[in-house]
Design a protein around this ligand. Structure first.
Ligand code: ATP
Length: 463
């Protein structure tokens, strides 16, 4: 983050709204907590983030294949995974204003560690010992009830036509990886993969988060990009270390500053896990989890074997050894990556004596790669040429045509949405200066420098 002030979050949120990246969900109805919509530039950026992840995780990885599994599955999937019984966060309610908060987050704010993996008795003990320090985030009073557990799974009646389906629900998936586990056999039997191999998936997940906050960092409906690698038990930790490093490097290769990323080891491991590290990003509100990298043992496949009765055993084709594969997981939120990208590449600088906001997005992530302007919108010959160039470019790269107000203002707008190049068609393009016939001005976002480029070379130059 280059802007040297601590209100970057406010600036990013305002830019996202002003320029059509992110809108509050259901805004005309007063909003809907934990829900956001991606606008025209937001959906382009989100799609580019997903494409970058898919390229790194599927296209460039010979042993990883893709999947798109159903959002609503057989309810037993969530019993097997442990979500029906145990996917809960510690909830505490303020007796003064009824605001519900996550007890572990309130404790974290006063410097006391607790997490959702602790027993509810343990959290209550820690909470009680610190009541004098903890204030309600809404009314600042210190009158809380006892901490209870709240299950985050979102219930639905899909496929259930009883009038009261709540006792016999299906679930919106709480994470995308269960769809991967239940397709392990299908992928194994229908493709040429051999252990170790991975299955990658991008998709929506739903959690009834008690207190969604920090903008799109914690939503109730969000998107995950997950990869589950199925490995032989004795190679689990070696592959885990490799993936931990690969995933950190991924962000650096995307253009993130290394000092804005760090590993954080989980203090508390679930009973089956061998190791769990988060990759944390230095969000405007501090270092927080961006991605989880986990060594999960054989828990996931064993559970599905137990609940479905279908064998998840793998036979090694070389040694004939039989075992249930262990899992190395990498799991990142699209929305958190989006926020990290906006924060990382948001800059304010001075160009030609003017302060400007510029999103210095890596080219592959920029929503629009090139903007095409006629110098003046009331000169039909300029407009016709600009439209012709726009049509030519838009077949090759994501382009936008802009003839609003003057060129200076168009540059500012494109800087704010992170467009790497602006192309202006002027009278020289049409041959007013014969030496410049069929050339255009290309202006570079980061330096503001301009150069004259032949139309015939434009596509190769911009690509
Ligand atoms: P947290 O501790 O912040 O609640 P988590 O450990 O429960 O996150 P995981 O279950 O490991 O998260 O999910 C993997 C990734 O999915 C996270 O690293 C995060 O990027 C993303 N994610 C999880 N919950 C949310 C959410 N409510 N909104 C947006 N992204 C989320």
């Amino acid at each position: 983050m280059a802007a040297e002030n601590n209100d970057v979050m406010e600036k990013v949120v305002s830019l996202c709204k002003r320029r059509g990246f992110v809108f509050p969900g259901s805004e005309i109805y007063g909003g809907f907590v934990g829900s956001f919509d991606y606008g025209p530039y937001g959906v382009e950026l989100a799609n580019n983030i997903k494409a970058a992840w898919w390229r790194a995780m599927v296209q460039l990885e010979p042993n990883i294949v893709g999947l798109d599994s159903a959002i609503v599955t057989h309810p037993k999937v969530w019993e097997a995974s442990g979500h029906v019984g145990g996917f809960s966060d510690p909830l505490v309610e303020c007796k003064e204003c009824n605001t519900r908060s996550r007890a572990d987050h309130l404790l974290e704010e006063v410097g006391v560690f607790a997490d959702e993996k602790m027993s509810i008795e343990e959290i209550n003990q820690i909470f009680d010992a610190n009541r004098d320090k903890i204030k309600c985030p809404k009314c600042s009073k210190q009158n809380f009830g006892t901490v209870s557990t709240f299950n985050l799974l979102v219930k639905t009646n899909l496929g259930n036509f009883k009038n009261d389906w709540s006792s016999d629900p299906a679930y919106l998936r709480g994470e995308t990886c269960q769809g991967i586990y239940i397709n392990f056999k299908n992928v194994l039997d229908t493709t040429r993969v051999k252990v170790p191999f991975g299955i990658a998936q991008i998709g929506k997940a739903f959690r009834n988060e008690i207190a969604p906050r920090q903008y799109i960092f914690r939503k109730r409906e969000f998107e995950q990009m997950e990869m589950q690698m199925f490995v032989a038990p004795e190679t689990e930790m070696e592959l885990y270390e490799i993936w931990k490093q690969k995933r950190l490097q991924y962000y650096i290769d995307l253009g993130f500053k290394p000092e804005n990323l760090r590993f954080h080891e989980h203090e508390n491991l679930v009973f089956y896990a061998k190791a769990a590290f988060d990759i944390e990003y230095n969000f405007p509100f501090g270092f927080k989890e961006l991605e989880g990298v986990h060594a999960r043992g054989d828990y996931d496949l064993s559970q599905h074997q137990k609940f479905s009765g279908v064998s998840m055993e793998y036979t090694d084709p070389y040694t004939n050894d039989k075992y249930i594969p262990h899992v190395v997981e990498t799991s990142v939120g699209l929305d958190r990556t989006f926020l990290a990208v906006m924060s990382e590449f948001y800059h304010e600088d001075n160009l030609g004596g003017e302060t400007r906001v510029v999103l210095r997005l890596p080219k592959q992530l920029a929503p629009i790669k090139v903007a095409v302007f006629p110098l003046l919108k009331n000169k039909p010959e300029l407009v016709a040429k600009a439209e012709e160039i726009f049509r030519m470019l838009s077949k090759e790269i994501r382009a936008e045509y802009d003839d609003n107000s003057n060129v200076g203002k168009r540059y500012r707008r494109q800087d704010e949405i992170g467009t790497p190049y602006c192309v202006t068609i002027d009278f020289d393009t049409l041959g007013e200066n014969p030496g410049l016939l069929d050339t255009v001005t290309v202006r570079h976002r980061d330096s503001g420098k301009q150069e004259r480029v032949a139309i015939s070379e434009l596509v190769s130059k911009l690509k």
